[in-house]
Design a protein around this ligand. Structure first.
Ligand code: MGD
Ligand code: MGD
Ligand code: MO
Length: 895
């Protein structure tokens, strides 16, 4: 795990206007500026923009400060971009934001429908769990609903390559089908729900042909899917960003839930709708009410009784009376000057918000911006007036909640570097300096958690789903050894820990005690601990990770099998939804741009961009496009393309593939100004949101694509971080001995030597070797410092055919003789060396070419490849890809 959590690039002390400052000075400035802004312009003139990467304790205090003491609800979170539609859909149907089922249901189900979820890459541990269950029970069926054929289709029996945003039509159609084919659970509908008649009527608006047209699917596929669903009682529907990030996201969620309510398939073993989250603590944030339209502990901000209850519990001076601004509106509020002081914690909105250039401009123009982050330089941090150094994962203590409502302790196993501090401490210090000392007297995360738990149980008595009252006032010792548990966990009157332990006093919690890393993974045996930084970061910490394997036997809880919803009448509400089709494309912007994630990168690359191993898999921003669309737009494989919308433009490498639907393109969200010339994908997206949830439609943006008429292409490796790159297109990625850079130029005539010199950050005495063939447009330049290669640049009129792996290796090889040095610039550089190819297995650094060779030599199963090369034997997230390579190889052999 060390690779992604070393101290490179860390923000290690507070900074004010770019100069180092002490904590006192920085905290005083933040507190006084916020207080003054509130005094002059009112509480709604300030805002917090927070994140599902905070721990629950951090989140709880941020929310308490804003909603109980500042008196505004202007606190929103990147969960608005991630979970808001699920939250809104749950609340409409259930009266509460409740995920009814457990991870175990994925193993118990006979049918799993994956909607807009690329589990293989985004939830690898859940994916492995499903794959293992399917191996044990081959009758289990899996349907994937995704416009793209993703790696997840590898385990799917049926892939429905749905038209963008065709989901409402698909699931309202399913409801109508269930009605027509006598597949309803009438007893459940009658006893536990309301609104079924209207929902069925609305759902029946489209006939099968209409559904086929709206979904882009064939009638026959629809019938097969509908029949399978109708016939399978144990069905779980798993969904994530393909559902949530849409202008119809909330309707999609309710269209899915309607089908589960109509069949009584909810809260039963192996059955239920299942929204899976992404960030480590998206669920914890929802529990504390860290969104602008919630209060705390699943109480409602619009409800005066709830407001009064929270006011009494907090002894709050000023409880927010109305919902605050949701993320997109919040940055519009910053832009138009309504918000004058903004505090951003643990998120990078300059890269991850739609209309990202406008968001950046708003932040730049805001009179006072505070950013708490673990890194010294991100596209957002660079605009902060005050930078507060936060403790990172592994350095801080607290709790997180996963998708199945399981709360688990995160334990510090590293000490706090530099002057970093946990987020909860930073927030409490600011609150104290704003004059709210009494309400923010917490000295440990245990004290915060104990209060949060107490609020959840306060005057609850079964009225609210979120109740962990059993842990109210938990003491430091009990908190220290807290085992993962699932809510609800109401107080039974008997404390869960031996009486007589006093909460630990003093600030010693700040200096985290080392505790063994195995603690973090609960009862996961140490031998099973992932060694890949990704398996650790993306599988262990975030959702669906190691915690997925942690469920103590016989302790699972589910909701709603017997009704008892959290609506006033305790019945679930069917939502009447009519499918509408929205055509967003125009003749000028004729393609739908879909965005999302790739296996080896995390969001804005703040964790993974530093890792050479992870950056090898895919080292450049790319866009997948269907062969027919590519041809139509005159785009060839590996061309650099310019994608544009009315809001911005992005450059990427074209990847032509039939896995992509015609008319759509897919690009990963991860590249930023730190890693590419024009890679910030969210500059393209309009701030278009779901009208109910406020979640942006990040998966459906009308865009134009054209070939960037590059006259020359380049590839370089350089020991130092690439400097001042004077090229319209570049993308830099870490490699073992330094950096690798892809380049494209508008002109063929460039002073290549001068370019190389500045790219490598060369000292004048460095030795340079060059080979120029002006006629052929081929140039190769290498610079040495003694026997070490400082940098090498390869230029060609078309995409450069140099083995990337070989070139990167040269940075680490000594080149003692002139001959060796000359080899680097000699013709067909690297062609004679075996090239491992793009990394497939990040855990063991196995490249695609090695797998192809092994497959050709007779390793025809994923297991055989594992035995031969170890590939795929650790975290397993590359197993589908290995299978695909074997398969492709077999096809080639047959041809
Ligand atoms: N490797 C990696 N793993 C991660 C993350 C990461 O950055 N990297 N991030 C984590 C986070 S925060 C999250 S939220 C999760 C997200 O996990 P996922 O939701 O699985 O990830 P995405 O790639 O955003 O989107 C999922 C799929 O939705 C599809 N889709 C697009 N439009 C539609 C549509 O209209 N209908 C349907 N049915 N599908 C559509 C896309 O083609 C895509 O394959 O991943 C988590 N895990
Ligand atoms: N086009 C497009 N855009 C998207 C999406 C998409 O699918 N397509 N997905 C959306 C989704 S689902 C999400 S979740 C967002 C994610 O978007 P962001 O939240 O912007 O992504 P991260 O890169 O994870 O940013 C987290 C930041 O917090 C810092 N950090 C990490 N840990 C801590 C900590 O403990 N304390 C503090 N103070 N800082 C910390 C990191 O250094 C980093 O700068 O992106 C959204 N944007
Ligand atoms: Mo997310």
């Amino acid at each position: 795990m060390a690779e992604t959590i070393d101290l490179e690039g860390r923000l290690l002390h507070p900074e004010i206007h770019g100069r180092r400052a002490g904590w006192d000075e920085a905290l005083d400035l933040v507190a006084s500026t916020f207080s003054q802004t509130i005094a002059e312009h009112g509480p709604d003139a300030v805002a917090f923009y927070v994140s599902g990467q905070l721990l629950t304790e951090d989140y709880y205090l941020a929310n308490k400060l804003m909603k109980g003491f500042v008196g505004s609800a202007n606190i929103d979170t990147n969960s608005r971009l991630c979970m808001a539609s699920s939250v809104a859909g749950h609340r409409r149907a259930f009266g509460s934001d409740t995920v009814p089922g457990n991870y175990e249901d994925l193993e118990l189900a006979d049918l799993i429908v994956l909607v807009g979820s690329n589990l293989a890459w985004c939830h690898p541990v859940l994916y492995q769990r499903i794959a293992a269950a399917r191996e044990r029970r081959p009758d289990m069926k899996i349907v994937l609903v995704d416009p793209r054929r993703t790696m997840t289709s590898d385990i799917a029996d049926m892939h429905l390559a749905i038209a963008p945003d065709g989901d409402v039509a698909l699931f309202t159609g399913l409801l109508a089908w269930l009605g027509q084919h006598n597949a309803l659970d009438r007893a459940y509908i009658t006893a536990h729900t309301t609104g079924f008649g209207q929902a069925l009527f609305a759902a029946s608006a489209l006939d099968l042909a209409g559904i086929a047209a709206a979904t882009g699917l064939g009638e026959e596929e629809l019938v097969r899917f509908y029949s399978l669903f109708a016939a399978t009682a144990k069905t779980v529907t798993v969904y994530s960003q393909g559902v949530n990030q849409s202008s119809s996201g909330t309707d999609k969620v309710n269209a899915i839930i309607n089908c589960h309510l109509a069949t009584g398939r909810i809260g039963r073993p192996g059955a239920g709708p299942f929204s899976v989250t992404g960030q480590p603590n998206a669920m914890g944030g929802r529990e504390v009410g860290g969104m602008a339209n919630m209060l705390a502990a699943h109480m409602e901000i619009e409800n005066s009784e709830h407001r009064d209850r929270v006011r009494r519990f907090w002894n709050a001076s000023d409880v927010a009376q109305k919902p605050g601004l949701k993320a997109v509106e919040m940055f519009q509020g910053v832009a138009d000057g309504r918000i004058k002081a903004l505090w951003i914690m643990a998120t990078n909105p300059v890269d991850s918000m739609p209309d990202a250039d406008a968001v950046e401009a708003a932040i730049k123009a805001c009179p006072f911006v505070v950013v708490s982050d673990v890194l010294a330089s991100t596209d957002t941090v660079r605009h902060a007036h005050v930078r507060l150094p936060a403790a990172a994962w592994g350095e801080k203590d607290g709790t997180v909640t996963n998708s199945e409502r399981r709360i688990s302790r995160q334990r510090a196993f590293l000490s706090l570097p530099g002057e970093t501090r946990p987020d909860w401490w930073i927030i409490a210090e600011v609150a104290r300096r704003m004059g709210f000392g009494e309400a923010f007297a917490h000295e440990t995360p245990a004290a915060v958690f104990g209060e949060h738990a107490a609020l959840s149980g306060f005057e609850n008595e079964g009225a609210r789903d979120f109740d962990i009252g059993a842990y109210a006032g938990i003491d430091a010792e009990a908190y220290e050894v807290l085992e993962p548990f699932q809510w609800r966990a109401p107080s039974s009157g008997t404390p869960l820990w031996p009486a007589g332990h006093l909460p630990r006093k003093g600030g010693d919690q700040l200096l985290s005690r080392p505790s063994p890393i195995t603690d973090d993974a609960g009862d996961m045996p140490a031998s099973k601990l992932p060694i890949s930084p990704l398996a650790g970061e993306m599988a262990g910490r975030p959702e669906g990770g190691v915690q997925a394997g942690l469920k103590p036997e016989g302790e699972s809880t589910r909701f709603f099998a017997n009704g008892n919803f959290y609506t006033p009448d305790r019945k679930a509400h069917f939502i009447a939804i009519r499918a509408t089709t929205e055509i967003r494309t125009t003749p000028d912007f004729p393609l739908v741009l879909n965005t999302g994630r790739i296996r080896d990168h995390w969001h804005t690359m703040t964790r993974t961009g530093k890792s050479p191993r992870l950056s090898q898999h895919i080292a450049e921003p790319f866009v997948e496009i269907h062969p027919a669309d590519a041809e139509h737009h005159g785009i060839g494989d590996a061309d650099i393309v310019r994608i544009s919308t009315p809001r911005g433009e992005v450059f990427a490498r074209a990847l032509i593939t039939a896995r992509q639907r015609r008319g759509s393109m897919f690009a990963p969200m991860h590249w930023t100004d730190q890693f590419a010339a024009k890679g910030r994908l969210d500059t393209l997206a309009a701030p278009l949101t779901d009208p109910i949830s406020g979640q942006p439609a990040l998966k459906h943006v009308a865009a134009h694509i054209e070939k960037f008429a590059a006259r020359a292409f380049g590839f370089a490796v350089t020991r130092q971080h690439p400097q001042a790159i004077a090229a319209p297109y570049w993308a830099a990625a870490r490699c073992k001995g330094g950096w690798r850079v892809e380049l494209a130029f508008a002109g063929a005539e460039v002073d290549w030597t001068g370019f190389a010199r500045s790219l490598f950050g060369l000292e004048p005495r460095a030795e340079m070797l060059a080979y120029h063939d002006r006629e052929a447009g081929q140039h190769r330049i290498a610079a040495f410092d003694g026997e070490h290669l400082v940098g090498a640049l390869f230029v060609a009129p078309g995409p450069v055919a140099v083995s990337r792996g070989w070139a990167a290796e040269q940075l680490e090889t000594s080149h003692a003789g002139q001959r060796e040095r000359f080899r680097i610039v000699a013709g067909r550089a690297g062609a004679e060396r075996p090239d491992a190819g793009a990394t497939v297995c990040s855990c063991f650094s196995v490249g695609v070419n090695q797998i192809v060779t092994a497959a050709a030599a007779g390793c025809t199963t994923v297991e055989a490849i594992g035995d031969a090369l170890k590939a795929g034997t650790n975290c397993g997230s590359c197993r589908s890809e290995i299978r695909a390579i074997i398969l492709a190889n077999r096809v080639q052999a047959a041809e």
